[in-house]
Design a protein around this ligand. Structure first.
Ligand SMILES: [Zn+2]
Length: 110
């Protein structure tokens, strides 16, 4: 006899759930570099994010990222999602230059 455990029906994909949760995460610039993400459960729980100099991707210090990231190289936890949105907003407000966007990328020799 085999009895199947009742699985809860997931309406949203994990990626969609993470995206929704990332809305409730506050991100701030950290000192001396990187970012701090405060989780929705309260400001006492925070994670440090920084850019990996080799992969140029965000790295998070939460258990979710450390565990899943080991198996999925491009895994993004909710803090990474929230921080990417934060960086994008900062970039649009401060750095974005429409004339540079499609300019040919020439590598200047130093
Ligand atoms: Zn994280």
């Amino acid at each position: 006899m085999s009895s199947k455990k009742g699985k809860t029906v997931e309406i949203f994909t994990p990626a969609e759930q993470r995206a929704a949760r990332s809305e409730r995460i506050e991100v701030r610039d950290a000192e001396p570099y990187g970012w701090i993400a405060f989780s929705e459960s309260g400001a006492e729980q925070s994670y440090h994010l920084f850019r990996n100099p080799e992969t140029r991707r965000l790295v998070c210090t939460c258990a979710d990222f450390i565990f899943r990231g080991e198996h999925e190289p491009h895994y993004e936890c909710k803090h990474v999602s929230a921080t990417l949105k934060y960086i994008a907003r900062q970039y649009l407000a401060r750095e974005y230059d429409p004339h540079r966007q499609n300019a040919p990328r020439t590598l200047k020799a130093a």
